[in-house]
Design a protein around this ligand. Structure first.
Ligand code: AQP
Length: 336
């Protein structure tokens, strides 16, 4: 909480082309807080380098992710939109919080286990301490709510443990953040392996629907989506592929599962997959149009990032100063 105003914070890594999972699980929900909360949404480039990135691609995707934030409805006048590495307090607080985080806690993080298996040749310390940087992102802004997909819930729970531990020793330092996980779209699954989360870094492009895919591509990907040998569109245990498509269709049409089952009663999977593809393409079309305009104006995006970094730095500096004082660091007279 900043004064009387509640705070929302979240971020997305520019580690690939953004997917409908990133949109439905996270970005779409960011704007729910824009009116009543002070909102900080950043492009978390420092997190992205826990996995090797091609520099030119990382740079391009940082602009693209920012443009997508705005195209998805985040007004830079109402939300502080910025790039994580432009506010050095994130990494500075992360070091301090590393000293309040236990090795055993980090060892239990499922994302670390998954990513170490996926990137067995590069199990670096940053991959291990990723959740500490995330805790620092959140706590710097005295955040009340963190809108995220369910895969990030464990990291926010760890952040709460770190904040609690720090507050026990140095009372009143950090606001305790709450993870906010949308009821619909909290975990969109891969179209090729529906027991696995849809991820922007998936090597199989057919498993993933990107926010910027064109209509034909979207429909083709949904047509190929793995389902089951049944023919009935209904939400049931063991029907992971259909359950996933129903969840996506529900997110894009606001229809309930009962309404979807009635709509496709007596019709095959082919009709259903086409309808999901069309609903998804129709919802993404206005975002894609707005995105194309924004991306063509690099100067505007740079202006947004500069303004965002200035606003974010102001708050981040205050929290970091408070933390340093509580720890007993000598504050240089030029900083007081
Ligand atoms: N499939 C998903 N369904 C719902 N929400 C999702 N999110 C990611 N995938 C899904 C949410 O998107 C936000 C940003 O995620 P991130 O970029 O910080 O990292 P991630 O969770 O690791 O996402 P990816 O797409 O799987 O990235 P890579 O492939 O680079 O690891 C988060 O709120 C996340 O929950």
């Amino acid at each position: 909480m900043l004064g009387e105003t509640k705070v929302s914070f979240s971020g997305v890594q520019p580690s690939g082309n953004l997917t409908i999972g990133n949109y439905l699980g996270a970005i779409r929900n960011f704007s729910l807080y824009s009116e009543a909360y002070k909102c900080f949404y950043c492009v978390v480039d420092s997190h992205a380098i826990t996995v090797r990135q091609v520099p030119a691609e990382l740079r391009r995707r940082t602009y693209e992710t920012l443009a997508l934030y705005i195209a998805c409805g985040l007004d830079p006048q109402k939300n502080t939109l910025y790039v994580q590495s432009h506010v050095h307090e994130h990494t500075e607080l992360a070091w301090i919080l590393n000293c309040f985080t236990m090795f055993g806690e980090l060892s239990r993080m499922t994302q670390f286990k998954d990513k170490s298996t996926k990137h067995a040749d590069n199990i670096n310390a940053g991959l291990f301490t990723y959740p500490v940087l995330m805790a620092s992102d959140i706590l710097l802004y005295q955040t009340d709510v963190v809108p995220i997909g369910i895969d990030q819930k464990q990291h926010v729970e760890l952040c709460r443990n770190i904040a609690d531990r720090f507050n026990q020793i140095y009372p009143g330092t950090f606001t305790m953040p709450e993870p906010i996980i949308a009821k619909d779209g909290k975990k969109i699954m891969s179209l090729a392996e529906p027991t696995k989360k849809m991820s922007k870094s998936d090597e199989n492009a057919n498993a993933v629907v990107y926010i910027l895919d064109d209509k034909d591509t979207i429909i083709r990907k949904f047509k190929r989506a793995v389902t089951d040998s049944d023919t009935c569109v209904r939400f049931a245990e063991g029907k992971d592929g259909i359950n996933n498509l129903m969840s996506i269709y529900s997110c894009f049409t606001q229809k309930t599962y009962e309404e979807i089952e009635r709509e496709f009663e007596g019709r095959g999977y082919g009709d259903f997959k086409l309808a999901v593809g069309e609903a998804c393409a129709a919802a993404l079309e206005p975002i894609q149009k707005e995105y194309a305009k924004l991306l063509a104006d690099k100067a505007y995006l740079e202006q947004v990032m500069a303004k965002g970094a200035e606003e974010a730095s102001y708050v981040a500096r205050r929290t970091l100063g408070k933390v340093k004082k509580k720890l007993g660091f000598v504050i240089p007279s030029s900083h007081t």
